[in-house]
Design a protein around this ligand. Sequence first.
Ligand code: MSP
Length: 504
Amino acid sequence: MKQKYYITTPIYYPSANFHIGHCYTTIIADAIARYKRMKGFDVCFQTGTDEHGQKIENKAKEAGVSPKEYVDEIVQNAKDLWKSLQISYDKFIRTTDEFHEKAVQKIFLKLYEQGDIYKGEYKGLYCTPCESFWTETQLIDGKCPDCGRDVHEIKEEAYFLKLSKYQDRLVDYIESHPEFIQPESRKKEMINNFIRPGLEDLCVSRTSFSWGIPVSFDPKHVVYVWLDALTNYITSLGYLSDNDEEFQKYWPADLHLVGKEIVRFHTIVWPIVLMALNLPLPKQVFGHGWLVIDGGKISKSLGNYKDPREYIEEYGVDAVRYFVLREVSFGNDGTFSIDALISRTNADLANTLGNLVNRTISMAHKYFSGTIVNKNQQELIDKELLQMITSLSLTVDEKMNHLRVSEALEEIFEVLKRSNKYIDETTPWILAKDDSKKDRLETILYTLLESIRVCATLLEPFIPSTSKEIFKQLNVEEHQDTFLANVTYIVQEPKVLFARIEKK
Ligand code: MSP
C-alpha cells in the first residue's frame, strides 16, 4: 500500500487582488506535493478559501451585494490564478461549503459540552463605524488605527476557548517533538514570546457581525473566523460527517505550510483545539518567510505589484515558478524583482538548461541522424558526471525531505552545469571528424541525454511544463530518476526551451 502524504496551504482570504507573495506558499506546496507523488506517495494536497468575517461582510456591503454573492464571484479568481500557475491541488475547500459549516458547529458544540468552551464576557475598545475591537496598544494616539475616530469600551457576551488549560501540555509536546515547528527559530519565538508568558483564553465567538457560522445552540453568536478557518484541515476530510474515510486515511497532516505571520495560530490555537478534540497533531508546521519588494512587504496599499498572471504571460509559468522556488532560501524572506527574475531565467533556464538540451539534441541529429544508443565506450573523464547523475536522486530526496526546495534545485543545476562543461571537455565536434571515434562520440551523447533525462525527471515537480517539453524532444515516455544503460533515443527536432530575455 502507498504511504499517505497530506499537505495543506493556508486557506486564502478571497481577493480580487492577489500578488506574487500570495502565490509563494501555494507554489512551494505544489512542488512538494508533485515531488511526493513522483516518489510514489498517495498525496492529498489541499488549499481553499477563508470566506467569513467582518471584513468580507463590509466589502460586500460596499459592493452592494450579499456576502455570499461577493465571495462566489472572487473565489473564481483564486481558482483561475492557481490554474495559471499549474497548481495540482486535490481538494479545494471553501469555508462556506455546507459540510464545513455543519462540522464546525458540531466541533463548537462538542468543545462546549465538554467544558473547553465556556460563556463569558469580552471586554474591548470598540470603533463603531469600523465595527472593530482594538487593544490599547493597537490604538494610534488613542484613536482607531483604521479610521482615526474615537473608540469606546464595550462589553460583549462571548464564548471562550480554554487555551490556558492546555498550556503545559502544549509546551511538553513542542519540546518532545522537535520536528513539529520548523524552522527552529520560529519554535523559539512561539515558546518564548507567546506560550511561556502565559496563554489567555481565546474569544471564539462574535455578536458584532453576522457573516460567519452561527453557534448552533446560541445563534446570535457566530464562530470566530480563525476557529472556523483552522478546522478546514479536518472538515474537508469528513471529520464528524457520515463518511470519515478520508479523515481516517489522511489525518494527521504531514505538513501545514504557512507564512510566518500565521505560525502562531497554527502552533498554539490549532494544536490546542486538536488536543481538546483528542486528535493527533499535524506532524509539522513549517513557517516560511515572505517575498518582499525593496525590503517591504508586497502590499496593495503601496501599489508595488502586478497581478501574477501578467508575469506568467510575459515570462512563462515556469520562469515564475522557478524564480519563486529557487530565489528564496526556505524559511527566510526573499526579494522579488523583475530584474532578478530575468537574471535567473537567463542564467539557469536559458543558458544552463536550455543550451544543454539544445546543443545535445542538435549534435545527436548532426552526427547520428537523431538515433543514439549506449556504445559503452566510457572513459575516465566521464566518471565525475556519471557519479553526479547516479547520486542526484538521493541528494534531491534528502533536500526535499527537509523542505530545502531551493537547494534541491541547486543540486539539479549543478549536474546540468557539469554536463555543459563535459561537452567542452570532450569536444564532440573534434571526435566527429575521426571515424574511429564514432562509438566514443555516441557514448558521450548518450551520457548527455541520460543526464538531461534524469534532470528533467527530477525537475518535473518544479517546472512541469518544461520537463514535459524536454521529454517530448527526447522522445521518451518512461521517466526514472536514475542513470539507465540501455535506452534507445530517437530524438525529435530541438526547440528552444527559453529564449533569452532582454532587460528593458
Ligand atoms: N486566511 C488566512 C489563513 C487561514 S489558514 C487556516 C490567511 N490568508 S491570506 O490570504 O492572508 O494569506 C494566505 C497565505 O499567503 C499565508 O500563508 C501568507 O503568509 C501568505 N502570504 C501573503 N503575502 C505574502 C508575501 N508577501 N510573501 C509570502 N507569503 C505571503 O492568512
